[in-house]
Write a protein that binds this ligand. Sequence first.
Ligand code: ATR
Length: 272
Amino acid sequence: MTDRYAVVGNPIAHSKSPLIHAEFARQTGQDMAYTAILAPLDDFAGTVKQFRAEGGKGLNVTVPFKQEAWKLATRLTDRARLAEAVNTLKFEPDGTILGDNTDGAGLTRDIRENRGIPFEGKRVLLMGAGGAARGVLLPLLLQKPERLVIANRTPEKAVELERRFAAYGPVEGGDYARLAGSLFDIGINATSSSLSDALPPLPQGVFAPGALAYDMMYGKGLTPFLQFAQTHGAEHLADGLGMLVEQAAESFFLWRGVRPQTSSVIAKLKQL
Ligand code: ATR
């Protein structure tokens, strides 16, 4: 029987996940269907319950339900527990609802494998201290950067993340002004600033020679952050399309135990 999966969000119409998972299923010969479900803002739990009752095997969860999914899971991976956000649910035969967060693995894999840039010994800057930043912090620290600085407009939130993640690596949190005079090899924009056509208030001269600027957002052309990075010394620029496909691959692996090949899917999405 065909196993059923879906992505749940609100809005959901523009999600690329059905296309990505259909491509993975075709490529690996997995008998599965993957759809998009619009959940009412006040009834995520009911939507999940119904999908499970109909025999659904797993869900991807997107805005604005990742924190609700974290609460709903009855077992969490470490990375989901620390992120306090879940983007992947797996319904186990024994009734367990496993919650995982594959965003950080998607981000680090895109940078390390697809772009050939390792994190070991690198100075990493993470901009933002909301859900998107929290979701990638543990996987980033597990890559053993030399230092990981979190900068946020509201510095208290970055300091709070420093406290929470200090046991996992050399993490520091604060405001943007304190970045002046520091150099970074990898700068990751995890703020939602691109949505309002804005960019984080970065001081001049933070990109080290050969630096990568990475925006977790994607869309047409360069985001304001990537435009800034391009004119302020970053050598490599990347948007979040690769992360999107890699986090999907990681979810697919959790569900099916098979790792799909991602580069052809990334190339296909770029053409669209
Ligand atoms: P998400 O789940 O996308 O992370 P969020 O939890 O609302 O959404 O967090 C949004 C993040 O983007 C926050 O770190 C926010 O900074 P504040 O905590 O100071 O609000 C950041 N952000 C949004 N717009 C920004 C802008 N124009 N410049 C800098 N940071 C911005």
